[in-house]
Design a protein around this ligand. Structure first.
Ligand code: URA
Length: 312
Protein backbone atom coordinates (compact mmCIF):
# COMPACT_ATOMS: atom_id res chain seq x y z
CA UNK A 1 0.00 0.00 0.00
CA UNK A 2 1.58 3.34 -1.00
CA UNK A 3 2.49 5.73 1.76
CA UNK A 4 0.60 9.06 1.51
CA UNK A 5 3.87 10.88 2.16
CA UNK A 6 5.26 9.35 -1.09
CA UNK A 7 3.06 11.65 -3.13
CA UNK A 8 4.71 14.45 -5.02
CA UNK A 9 3.47 17.78 -3.58
CA UNK A 10 3.90 19.48 -6.97
CA UNK A 11 1.73 16.88 -8.70
CA UNK A 12 -0.93 17.25 -6.01
CA UNK A 13 -0.86 21.04 -6.37
CA UNK A 14 -1.18 20.69 -10.15
CA UNK A 15 -4.20 18.39 -9.76
CA UNK A 16 -5.81 20.85 -7.34
CA UNK A 17 -5.21 23.74 -9.75
CA UNK A 18 -6.78 21.77 -12.61
CA UNK A 19 -9.77 20.85 -10.45
CA UNK A 20 -10.20 24.52 -9.47
CA UNK A 21 -9.93 25.66 -13.10
CA UNK A 22 -12.59 23.09 -14.02
CA UNK A 23 -14.94 24.42 -11.32
CA UNK A 24 -14.45 28.04 -12.41
CA UNK A 25 -15.07 27.03 -16.03
CA UNK A 26 -18.27 25.28 -14.94
CA UNK A 27 -19.53 28.42 -13.18
CA UNK A 28 -18.71 27.67 -9.54
CA UNK A 29 -16.73 30.87 -9.37
CA UNK A 30 -17.55 32.16 -5.90
CA UNK A 31 -16.79 30.76 -2.46
CA UNK A 32 -19.98 30.85 -0.44
CA UNK A 33 -18.79 29.19 2.77
CA UNK A 34 -15.60 28.89 4.78
CA UNK A 35 -15.92 25.13 5.11
CA UNK A 36 -16.79 22.68 2.33
CA UNK A 37 -19.94 20.54 2.47
CA UNK A 38 -19.29 16.87 1.73
CA UNK A 39 -22.49 15.98 -0.08
CA UNK A 40 -21.22 12.46 -0.81
CA UNK A 41 -20.60 11.55 2.83
CA UNK A 42 -22.81 8.72 4.14
CA UNK A 43 -25.83 9.98 6.05
CA UNK A 44 -25.24 9.75 9.80
CA UNK A 45 -28.34 11.42 11.16
CA UNK A 46 -31.33 9.83 9.56
CA UNK A 47 -30.78 11.26 6.09
CA UNK A 48 -29.25 14.68 6.57
CA UNK A 49 -25.81 15.18 5.03
CA UNK A 50 -22.90 16.47 7.06
CA UNK A 51 -22.80 20.20 6.47
CA UNK A 52 -20.47 23.02 7.43
CA UNK A 53 -21.34 24.88 10.62
CA UNK A 54 -23.01 28.23 9.89
CA UNK A 55 -20.56 31.12 9.88
CA UNK A 56 -21.20 33.87 12.43
CA UNK A 57 -21.26 36.52 9.70
CA UNK A 58 -23.07 34.46 7.05
CA UNK A 59 -26.22 36.06 5.58
CA UNK A 60 -29.48 34.29 6.40
CA UNK A 61 -30.21 31.52 3.93
CA UNK A 62 -33.01 32.18 1.45
CA UNK A 63 -35.73 29.70 0.58
CA UNK A 64 -34.12 26.69 -1.11
CA UNK A 65 -34.16 26.60 -4.89
CA UNK A 66 -35.64 30.09 -5.34
CA UNK A 67 -33.86 32.38 -7.76
CA UNK A 68 -33.74 36.12 -7.05
CA UNK A 69 -36.19 38.23 -9.08
CA UNK A 70 -33.35 39.54 -11.20
CA UNK A 71 -30.00 37.99 -10.56
CA UNK A 72 -27.88 41.05 -10.35
CA UNK A 73 -24.20 40.94 -11.11
CA UNK A 74 -22.04 38.57 -9.18
CA UNK A 75 -24.75 36.96 -7.06
CA UNK A 76 -24.14 33.36 -5.96
CA UNK A 77 -23.45 30.64 -8.49
CA UNK A 78 -26.38 28.81 -10.04
CA UNK A 79 -26.37 25.12 -10.94
CA UNK A 80 -25.40 24.24 -14.49
CA UNK A 81 -28.53 23.63 -16.58
CA UNK A 82 -29.21 19.96 -17.22
CA UNK A 83 -28.71 20.39 -20.98
CA UNK A 84 -25.15 21.72 -20.67
CA UNK A 85 -22.33 19.20 -21.07
CA UNK A 86 -19.69 18.98 -18.32
CA UNK A 87 -16.34 20.48 -19.29
CA UNK A 88 -13.07 18.57 -18.90
CA UNK A 89 -10.08 20.45 -17.40
CA UNK A 90 -8.26 20.08 -20.72
CA UNK A 91 -11.08 21.98 -22.46
CA UNK A 92 -10.24 25.16 -20.58
CA UNK A 93 -6.57 25.01 -21.58
CA UNK A 94 -7.38 24.26 -25.23
CA UNK A 95 -9.90 27.10 -25.23
CA UNK A 96 -7.34 29.57 -23.89
CA UNK A 97 -4.79 28.53 -26.50
CA UNK A 98 -7.29 28.83 -29.30
CA UNK A 99 -8.71 32.23 -28.28
CA UNK A 100 -6.59 34.02 -30.90
CA UNK A 101 -7.90 31.82 -33.71
CA UNK A 102 -11.45 32.13 -32.43
CA UNK A 103 -11.20 35.93 -32.36
CA UNK A 104 -9.95 35.86 -35.97
CA UNK A 105 -12.87 33.69 -37.07
CA UNK A 106 -15.31 35.94 -35.17
CA UNK A 107 -13.85 38.98 -36.94
CA UNK A 108 -14.21 37.33 -40.34
CA UNK A 109 -17.79 36.33 -39.66
CA UNK A 110 -18.67 39.79 -38.27
CA UNK A 111 -17.14 41.63 -41.24
CA UNK A 112 -19.22 39.57 -43.67
CA UNK A 113 -22.43 40.88 -42.06
CA UNK A 114 -23.82 43.86 -43.99
CA UNK A 115 -26.98 44.40 -41.94
CA UNK A 116 -28.04 44.12 -38.31
CA UNK A 117 -30.17 41.08 -39.18
CA UNK A 118 -27.21 39.38 -40.87
CA UNK A 119 -25.09 40.14 -37.81
CA UNK A 120 -27.75 38.70 -35.51
CA UNK A 121 -27.67 35.49 -37.58
CA UNK A 122 -23.86 35.41 -37.54
CA UNK A 123 -23.78 35.76 -33.73
CA UNK A 124 -26.42 33.04 -33.32
CA UNK A 125 -24.38 30.70 -35.53
CA UNK A 126 -21.07 31.42 -33.75
CA UNK A 127 -19.87 28.61 -31.49
CA UNK A 128 -16.57 30.15 -30.36
CA UNK A 129 -17.75 31.55 -27.02
CA UNK A 130 -17.94 29.05 -24.16
CA UNK A 131 -20.82 30.98 -22.57
CA UNK A 132 -23.13 29.75 -25.32
CA UNK A 133 -22.90 26.21 -23.92
CA UNK A 134 -24.59 27.11 -20.65
CA UNK A 135 -27.01 29.76 -21.92
CA UNK A 136 -30.60 29.14 -22.96
CA UNK A 137 -30.70 31.88 -25.60
CA UNK A 138 -28.50 34.22 -27.57
CA UNK A 139 -29.22 37.77 -26.39
CA UNK A 140 -28.43 40.04 -29.34
CA UNK A 141 -30.24 43.37 -29.00
CA UNK A 142 -33.49 45.12 -28.25
CA UNK A 143 -34.97 48.50 -29.04
CA UNK A 144 -35.13 50.72 -32.09
CA UNK A 145 -32.63 49.82 -34.83
CA UNK A 146 -33.07 53.37 -36.15
CA UNK A 147 -32.74 55.01 -32.70
CA UNK A 148 -30.06 57.68 -32.26
CA UNK A 149 -28.79 56.30 -28.97
CA UNK A 150 -27.00 52.95 -28.51
CA UNK A 151 -26.53 51.58 -24.98
CA UNK A 152 -24.11 48.77 -24.20
CA UNK A 153 -24.34 46.80 -20.96
CA UNK A 154 -22.24 43.98 -19.59
CA UNK A 155 -23.95 40.62 -19.98
CA UNK A 156 -27.43 39.09 -19.94
CA UNK A 157 -28.85 37.95 -16.58
CA UNK A 158 -31.31 35.12 -15.96
CA UNK A 159 -34.41 36.93 -17.22
CA UNK A 160 -32.58 38.18 -20.30
CA UNK A 161 -31.38 34.62 -20.95
CA UNK A 162 -34.94 33.31 -20.63
CA UNK A 163 -36.43 35.93 -22.96
CA UNK A 164 -33.47 36.32 -25.33
CA UNK A 165 -33.56 40.13 -24.90
CA UNK A 166 -31.20 42.49 -23.06
CA UNK A 167 -32.27 44.50 -20.01
CA UNK A 168 -35.69 43.00 -19.36
CA UNK A 169 -35.25 42.32 -15.61
CA UNK A 170 -35.26 44.80 -12.72
CA UNK A 171 -32.27 46.77 -14.05
CA UNK A 172 -33.94 46.93 -17.46
CA UNK A 173 -37.03 48.44 -15.86
CA UNK A 174 -34.89 51.09 -14.21
CA UNK A 175 -33.10 51.70 -17.51
CA UNK A 176 -36.46 52.32 -19.22
CA UNK A 177 -37.34 54.84 -16.48
CA UNK A 178 -33.98 56.58 -16.90
CA UNK A 179 -34.59 56.89 -20.64
CA UNK A 180 -38.15 58.13 -20.07
CA UNK A 181 -36.80 60.79 -17.68
CA UNK A 182 -35.01 62.41 -20.66
CA UNK A 183 -37.91 61.86 -23.04
CA UNK A 184 -36.54 58.74 -24.76
CA UNK A 185 -37.83 55.19 -25.10
CA UNK A 186 -36.39 51.91 -26.27
CA UNK A 187 -39.29 51.54 -28.72
CA UNK A 188 -38.38 54.65 -30.71
CA UNK A 189 -35.03 56.15 -29.68
CA UNK A 190 -32.71 53.65 -28.04
CA UNK A 191 -31.03 50.44 -29.13
CA UNK A 192 -29.60 48.16 -26.43
CA UNK A 193 -27.03 45.38 -26.40
CA UNK A 194 -24.25 43.92 -24.22
CA UNK A 195 -20.53 43.21 -24.56
CA UNK A 196 -21.27 39.45 -24.55
CA UNK A 197 -24.28 37.75 -26.09
CA UNK A 198 -24.77 34.93 -23.60
CA UNK A 199 -25.39 34.82 -19.86
CA UNK A 200 -22.27 33.98 -17.82
CA UNK A 201 -23.02 31.13 -15.36
CA UNK A 202 -23.79 32.45 -11.89
CA UNK A 203 -23.95 36.01 -13.32
CA UNK A 204 -20.22 36.31 -12.97
CA UNK A 205 -18.37 38.99 -14.92
CA UNK A 206 -17.50 37.77 -18.43
CA UNK A 207 -13.87 36.64 -18.63
CA UNK A 208 -11.29 38.42 -20.79
CA UNK A 209 -11.36 35.53 -23.28
CA UNK A 210 -15.17 35.54 -23.51
CA UNK A 211 -15.18 39.30 -24.02
CA UNK A 212 -12.41 39.06 -26.62
CA UNK A 213 -14.23 36.53 -28.80
CA UNK A 214 -17.48 38.53 -28.72
CA UNK A 215 -15.75 41.86 -29.35
CA UNK A 216 -15.50 41.68 -33.18
CA UNK A 217 -19.29 41.19 -33.29
CA UNK A 218 -19.82 44.07 -30.87
CA UNK A 219 -17.60 46.36 -32.93
CA UNK A 220 -19.43 45.41 -36.13
CA UNK A 221 -22.68 45.95 -34.22
CA UNK A 222 -21.67 49.55 -33.48
CA UNK A 223 -20.57 50.13 -37.09
CA UNK A 224 -23.82 48.80 -38.55
CA UNK A 225 -26.01 50.56 -36.01
CA UNK A 226 -24.08 53.82 -36.52
CA UNK A 227 -25.60 55.68 -33.54
CA UNK A 228 -25.31 59.43 -32.87
CA UNK A 229 -24.31 58.74 -29.26
CA UNK A 230 -23.01 55.67 -27.41
CA UNK A 231 -23.57 54.98 -23.72
CA UNK A 232 -21.50 52.37 -21.88
CA UNK A 233 -23.48 51.01 -18.95
CA UNK A 234 -21.14 50.17 -16.08
CA UNK A 235 -17.41 49.68 -15.66
CA UNK A 236 -16.88 46.44 -17.63
CA UNK A 237 -18.56 47.88 -20.73
CA UNK A 238 -16.70 51.21 -20.51
CA UNK A 239 -13.33 49.58 -19.78
CA UNK A 240 -13.70 47.07 -22.60
CA UNK A 241 -14.74 49.54 -25.27
CA UNK A 242 -12.48 52.40 -24.26
CA UNK A 243 -9.47 50.17 -23.45
CA UNK A 244 -9.06 51.95 -20.12
CA UNK A 245 -8.44 50.73 -16.63
CA UNK A 246 -10.10 53.43 -14.48
CA UNK A 247 -13.24 52.55 -12.58
CA UNK A 248 -16.70 53.73 -13.63
CA UNK A 249 -16.72 56.40 -10.90
CA UNK A 250 -13.84 58.16 -12.64
CA UNK A 251 -15.11 57.65 -16.17
CA UNK A 252 -18.83 58.37 -15.82
CA UNK A 253 -20.10 61.70 -17.04
CA UNK A 254 -17.11 62.26 -19.37
CA UNK A 255 -17.26 62.31 -23.15
CA UNK A 256 -14.92 60.05 -25.11
CA UNK A 257 -14.42 59.63 -28.85
CA UNK A 258 -15.16 56.05 -29.82
CA UNK A 259 -13.98 54.37 -33.02
CA UNK A 260 -13.69 50.67 -33.84
CA UNK A 261 -10.38 49.50 -35.37
CA UNK A 262 -12.06 49.35 -38.80
CA UNK A 263 -13.41 52.91 -38.36
CA UNK A 264 -9.89 54.10 -37.52
CA UNK A 265 -8.49 52.34 -40.58
CA UNK A 266 -11.17 53.84 -42.83
CA UNK A 267 -10.68 57.32 -41.28
CA UNK A 268 -14.29 57.35 -40.03
CA UNK A 269 -15.62 59.99 -37.65
CA UNK A 270 -15.68 59.03 -33.97
CA UNK A 271 -18.95 58.51 -32.10
CA UNK A 272 -19.36 60.55 -28.87
CA UNK A 273 -19.50 58.04 -26.02
CA UNK A 274 -20.29 58.43 -22.34
CA UNK A 275 -19.91 55.85 -19.54
CA UNK A 276 -22.90 55.83 -17.16
CA UNK A 277 -23.50 54.02 -13.87
CA UNK A 278 -25.07 50.60 -14.55
CA UNK A 279 -28.77 50.50 -13.52
CA UNK A 280 -28.09 47.40 -11.40
CA UNK A 281 -25.59 49.46 -9.44
CA UNK A 282 -28.09 52.31 -9.08
CA UNK A 283 -30.64 49.85 -7.69
CA UNK A 284 -28.13 48.91 -5.01
CA UNK A 285 -26.82 52.45 -4.47
CA UNK A 286 -29.71 54.85 -5.10
CA UNK A 287 -27.71 57.82 -3.77
CA UNK A 288 -25.73 57.74 -7.01
CA UNK A 289 -28.87 58.45 -9.03
CA UNK A 290 -28.08 62.16 -8.64
CA UNK A 291 -24.88 61.79 -10.71
CA UNK A 292 -26.66 59.51 -13.17
CA UNK A 293 -29.36 62.15 -13.65
CA UNK A 294 -26.71 64.77 -14.45
CA UNK A 295 -25.15 62.40 -17.00
CA UNK A 296 -28.51 61.62 -18.57
CA UNK A 297 -29.17 65.34 -19.06
CA UNK A 298 -25.77 65.70 -20.76
CA UNK A 299 -26.62 62.78 -23.06
CA UNK A 300 -29.96 64.37 -23.96
CA UNK A 301 -28.24 67.72 -24.66
CA UNK A 302 -25.69 66.07 -26.92
CA UNK A 303 -28.40 64.23 -28.87
CA UNK A 304 -30.33 67.50 -29.32
CA UNK A 305 -27.21 69.38 -30.42
CA UNK A 306 -26.39 66.70 -32.99
CA UNK A 307 -29.98 66.73 -34.30
CA UNK A 308 -29.92 70.52 -34.57
CA UNK A 309 -26.56 70.36 -36.44
CA UNK A 310 -28.02 67.87 -38.89
CA UNK A 311 -31.05 70.06 -39.57
CA UNK A 312 -29.05 73.27 -40.11
N1 URA B 1 -27.34 43.71 -17.02
C1 URA B 1 -26.65 43.88 -18.17
O1 URA B 1 -25.52 44.38 -18.17
N2 URA B 1 -27.23 43.50 -19.29
C2 URA B 1 -28.46 42.97 -19.34
O2 URA B 1 -28.91 42.65 -20.44
C3 URA B 1 -29.16 42.82 -18.13
C4 URA B 1 -28.59 43.20 -16.96
Amino acid sequence: MPDRTDRQPAAAAGALRRALAWQVEAGADEAIGERPVDRLAPATDGGARRAAAPQPDAPPAGPPGRAPAEPQHRTGPVPRPAHAPALEPATAAVRLESTGETVASARESARRAETLDALRDAVAAFDGCGLKKTAMNTVFADGAPGGRLMLIGEAPGAEEDRQGKPFVGASGQLLDKMLAAIGLSRETDAYITNIVFWRPPGNREPSAAETAVCRPFLERHIELKNPDVLVFLGGPSAKTLLNRTEGITRMRGRWFDYRTPDMIEAGGDPVPAMPLFHPAYLLRSPLNKREAWRDLLAIRERLDALAAERES
